[in-house]
Design a protein around this ligand. Structure first.
Ligand SMILES: *Cc1c(COP(=O)(O)O)cnc(C)c1O
Length: 388
């Protein structure tokens, strides 16, 4: 099932992005993978019963090979959304009576999934108070089965020590799961650090153009087989047309994210010097508390950051005034976007709790695109001026 050969795991990043898993066009010798939209395949003389919900159409299988190679995993599955990937993985790993430790500061949809779904099925969970190993240790119970991580975190870009937590979890027989969406496989490969299962919202960096919704799970062949068993029941596979679009998008993943990394570094350094900005949260800055840890486990600091405006500036006015940077819910596209966590992802949170976590009304989350940094700087500058 969607095997990834050692040879393919050894190719460089951009070669992997461009070529691994491509389907040869035997008939017309076209340069790109043909798209097979069939939902029905002959049942005679074939080993595999192919069907879109079985995650095994030619295009689904081919993309899985590329995704597995990107995360240095044995196998992968493509889902219809990030949440389909998360929900299916969790329902496969857990049963009634099991307990999950979730890292504090979780993607909102995952938080909602835990609260609205896990409890209904007799599964228990709690949240850590922070991202250190001791805070994870403090949260486990005798029935803990899964440790669920997200690093860098949303929206303050806290860094979780992956290797330390993976070693401890392995010794205690917990399964470690990470949502690696913010880092993308270009900047962080958790499986190499000992994490068991990696999940992506492919709607974000993997897609990268804010025009498709998809998800992915990467892991060992053994765990992927289990996720597949659940997956064919829950039916969260991805349509072949979007699979093909995602394959096309990933060809430029490496160069997109490398540019987003360098743009984000330039923007973080620039923002930190602006009098209108109180504080910048970006793991690439030496002032960030997770900077050294980020260096040890990431190959790039990513395209996501947050910053606090000075108290006299209205963050809402600033976001209304930007011209290039779009005020938008999503992230990770080639276009820069920004939002207010206090009004979006964390709006349902008790205000006191939110402030305690450092998420003020002045906090702007900034997803840096591939534009020229000078243009983005000019855009923020004129927006700051309008909010004075
Ligand atoms: C967007 C997102 C998700 C959910 O992905 P969908 O594709 O919207 O279902 C999960 N985790 C993170 C970190 C995200 O940003």
């Amino acid at each position: 099932m969607n095997k990834n050969s050692a040879e393919q795991r050894n190719l460089g990043l951009n070669t992997t992005c461009t070529h691994v898993g491509e389907i040869a066009d035997e008939q017309f010798k076209g340069a790109v993978s043909p798209l097979y939209m069939s939902s029905s395949y002959a049942y005679e003389d074939v080993d595999v019963k192919r069907y879109p919900r079985y995650f095994n159409t030619p295009n689904q299988e081919a993309l899985s090979i590329k995704l597995a190679a990107l995360e240095k995993a044995e196998a992968a599955l493509v889902f219809g959304s990030g949440m389909a990937a998360i929900a299916t993985s969790m329902m496969c790993l857990l049963q009634a009576g099991d307990h999950v430790v979730f890292q504090q500061s979780l993607y909102g949809g995952t938080y909602h999934f835990a609260n609205s779904q896990l409890r209904r099925y007799g599964m228990d969970f709690n949240f850590t108070t922070g991202t250190s190993l001791s805070e994870f240790k403090a949260a486990v119970k005798p029935n803990t089965k899964v440790i669920y991580l997200e690093t860098p975190s949303n929206p303050l870009l806290a860094i979780t020590p992956l290797k330390e937590i993976a070693e401890w979890a392995k010794a205690e027989d917990y399964i470690t799961v990470i949502d690696n969406t913010f880092a993308s496989p270009v900047n962080q490969n958790p499986i190499e650090l000992g994490i068991d299962l990696v999940i992506h919202s492919a709607t974000k960096y993997l897609g990268g153009h804010s025009d498709l919704c998809a998800g992915a799970v990467m892991s060992s062949e053994e765990l992927i087989k289990q996720v597949w068993e659940a997956g064919i029941c829950y039916g969260g596979s991805l349509s072949d047309y979007t699979v093909w679009m995602l394959e096309r998008s990933i060809k430029t993943l490496g160069i997109r994210v490398e540019r987003q990394n360098s743009n984000a570094m330039a923007m973080a350094e620039w923002l930190a010097q602006q009098p209108e900005v109180k504080q910048v949260y970006y793991p690439g800055l030496t002032t960030h508390p997770g900077h050294e840890l980020a260096i040890s486990q990431m190959s790039g600091f990513g395209g996501m950051m947050s910053f606090d405006l000075q108290d006299h500036l209205s963050a809402e006015t600033v976001l209304e005034a930007t011209q290039i940077i779009k005020a938008s819910m999503s992230l990770a596209g080639v276009e820069s976007t920004a939002l207010l966590p206090s009004k979006t992802s964390h709006s349902l949170m008790d205000k006191e709790d939110r402030l305690k976590q450092g998420i003020s009304d002045q906090l702007i989350r900034f997803s840096v695109g591939i534009e020229e940094p000078e243009d983005l700087q000019r855009d923020w500058k004129q927006a700051f001026a309008k909010a004075q």
